[in-house]
Design a protein. Structure first.
Length: 319
């Protein structure tokens, strides 16, 4: 199910020119690992939805990185983890890459990469695993709910208008990127809760501050690739890192077995590219057991290091 219909176009203003807003930094790409893990102490009135909005982190990212902490009442002075470190997805580093499994968008430019949390389609209305392009940048979009969405609301006793004008009640938020995949947008929201979750009818939902930055940086024609990678493996120098996102909240045996299968396939692929890697099994087991979306150090490329050391020794003149 798509989240808008073609009539949207007639109600949208053409994109205006203005300076891009300050927001997520452009991070240089050195290997496969970007960002840093951070911590903070909560205030009495904080919820994970508030913290996510302020720090551009998705709701489930915070929940999984902070097991045992109440997301609605974390308490005053509770130290929590801000998962701001990520392994880049296994996909061409060009344009926009959306990893549905981790509810995160990556935008690659000549200067590096920026990353943002996103809301994605539900199991009933999933976001597509496809390749597309940005065809238009939209400012103050009106929303024309498709018939399927209006019928869904009617079943719940709600009546949707044929058109929702721009404003605080518009679920598309202040900006949108129209994609060549028919009926799909990357857009803002009128609700801060839902970023980093399966909440939409297939479109990609962003915090308003984030889409307000991204829309000014992404040119028309930018490629967009949707992937679904709950397991990511990457190198940072000689270190091997593993990041696992749980495919569903309840980690039953079948889910864990599938994660192990994915991990082994990813490791085999990495070994083909980087011979001489030694993995720490206990670290890998912990990553699979936790499946918390936090990158973990699980090995290193020791053989390459040894070869380099031997070469340096051989190159030294004898005395």
């Amino acid at each position: 199910m798509t989240c808008f219909r073609r009539g949207l176009m007639a109600a949208c203003l053409l994109f205006s020119t203005q300076a891009a807003l300050a927001g997520q930094p452009v991070m240089p790409i050195k290997g496969d690992l970007i960002g840093h893990m951070e911590t903070m102490k909560t205030r009495y009135e904080d919820t994970f939805a508030d913290i996510g909005t302020r720090n551009s982190i998705g709701y489930l990212e915070l929940v999984h990185a902070n097991p045992g902490v109440d997301p609605w009442l974390p308490g005053d002075g509770t130290q929590i983890t801000l998962p701001e470190q990520h392994i880049l997805p296994d996909a061409p580093r060009k344009g926009i890459v959306i990893n549905l499994a981790e509810f995160r968008l990556y935008y690659y430019s000549d200067d590096g990469v920026q990353t943002y949390p996103v809301g994605v389609g539900t199991e009933q209305n999933p976001s597509p695993l496809t390749q597309a392009k940005v065809t238009m940048r939209l400012e103050s979009p009106a929303w024309y709910p498709p018939t399927s969405v209006r019928e869904e609301y009617e079943k719940n006793g709600e009546q949707l208008p044929l058109m929702v004008p721009p404003g605080p009640e518009n679920p598309l938020g202040p900006y949108a990127l129209k994609l060549s995949a028919k009926g799909y947008l990357i857009h803002g929201t009128n609700k801060k809760f839902g970023i980093g979750m399966q909440v939409s009818h297939g479109c990609i939902r962003m915090y308003n501050d984030d889409i307000s930055q991204l829309v000014f940086e992404v040119p028309k024609g930018t490629p967009v690739q949707f992937v679904k990678q709950p397991v990511k493996v990457g190198m940072s120098g000689n270190e091997v890192w593993l990041e696992i996102h749980r495919p569903k909240e309840e980690m039953d045996k079948a889910t864990k077995d599938q994660l192990w299968k994915d991990v082994m396939q990813k490791m085999d692929k990495l070994l083909d590219k980087h011979p001489g890697i030694e993995f720490q099994r206990h670290a890998v087991e912990l990553a699979v057991d936790q499946a918390d979306g936090v990158p973990r150090l699980v090995g290193e490329q020791v053989r390459q290091m040894a070869q380099n050391h031997d070469k340096e020794t051989d190159d030294k003149p004898s005395l």
